[in-house]
Write a protein that binds this ligand. Structure first.
Ligand code: AHR
Length: 317
């Protein structure tokens, strides 16, 4: 255990966790702001840190892994107590995680996983990304009730764990339903603008009348695609069913207008459980499990999308 951690643990063993956190300096390497969900995660992380009196050092990597590696090295050089990182892609982290480990700085992964030995990080606070894709796929299977359906897929950032896992999960979800087939699949990089551009290319290549459903790895790409579908003279949500992931306010607005059909919720509050784990660790040496799983909930047109939209707006998305 790091010297500061030992000191805190022995001297303050009976001090409540909320007070403990006030002594911590934590570095957070965020991917960037590619989506509404990502912006919400940044806001919530800052709020959670402030609430607990944590000194949060924030670094925006502008979507670049090299910037994240630089940020981690800078946090290590500054001797932070812990590091949070939302890793943009899954591979290429071993060296810098080794450096953090050698410096005895616990690292917590937020919302995405890495392909690295699990002794290189303390825990990962994520949803079950495969499950999210599976839920989306199963929803479409039920919705189609045996009717033929050619699907186009907008993938997230290439090489990122949500893009890999949500694709695999969806394929699992529709496996065995021969009426459902993915006819086109391409990355839209989790952004609204790319979602629109790639959907336009799908519509051109396949023909809007031949596309029965869109599966987007996040809501922002779905919102961009909705625009493209409308501009092509079709009705999103009716002519082309839309299922995506995140549950950001704008997708609930689209659902309210009948322009999207379903979304799987991903909480933007990954930092809360991460800070709790660090509190427990620094206050009495409790080592968290390797995976702290957040919930995934399916919303459809049967839900009160007006209420969900308003609540989420209120929460600061
Ligand atoms: O890693 C989580 C994903 O990253 C979100 O679903 C997406 O919106 C974000 O960019």
């Amino acid at each position: 255990m790091k010297f500061k951690a030992m000191l805190i643990a022995s001297a303050m063993a009976f001090v409540p966790a909320s007070v403990m956190a006030a002594d911590l300096t934590i570095g957070f390497s965020q991917i960037g702001s590619e989506s509404g969900w990502r912006a919400a995660e940044t806001t919530v992380t800052k709020q959670e840190a402030e609430k607990r009196g944590i000194n949060l050092k924030f670094a925006d990597a502008q979507q670049k892994q090299e910037n994240q590696i630089k940020a981690l090295r800078s946090f290590i050089a500054q001797g932070v107590d812990a590091i949070l990182i939302a890793p943009v892609v899954a591979t290429g982290w071993d060296e810098v995680l080794e450096e953090a480990k050698e410096s005895e700085i616990p690292v917590i992964l937020l919302d995405r996983t890495v392909d690295a030995s699990d002794d290189l990080y303390m825990t990962a606070v994520t949803s079950d990304l495969v499950h999210e894709g599976r839920v989306a796929g199963k929803w479409l299977v039920d919705e189609m009730a045996g009717a033929k359906c050619d699907i186009v897929e907008l993938q997230g950032t290439t090489g990122s764990s949500p893009a890999i896992d949500r694709k695999n999960g969806f394929e699992e979800g529709i496996a065995g339903s021969d009426n459902l087939k993915i006819v086109r699949s391409q990355t839209g990089d989790f952004t609204r603008s790319q979602g629109k551009v790639v959907m336009e290319s799908f519509l051109k290549a396949v023909g809007g009348e031949n596309i029965c459903a869109l599966y987007a790895h996040n809501d922002d790409m779905a919102v961009g695609a909705i625009q493209a579908i409308k501009e092509a003279g079709l009705k999103p949500g009716e002519d082309i069913k839309i299922v995506s992931i995140d549950s950001v306010p704008d997708i609930h607005l689209a659902m309210l207008e009948g322009e999207a059909n379903a979304t799987v919720e991903l909480t933007p509050n990954m930092a809360g459980p991460a800070f709790d784990a660090l509190d427990a660790y620094f206050s009495n040496g409790v080592v968290p499990p390797k995976w702290i799983q957040t919930e995934s909930k399916l919303y459809t047109l049967k839900d009160d999308n007006k209420h969900i939209y308003e609540t989420k707006r209120y929460l600061g998305y």
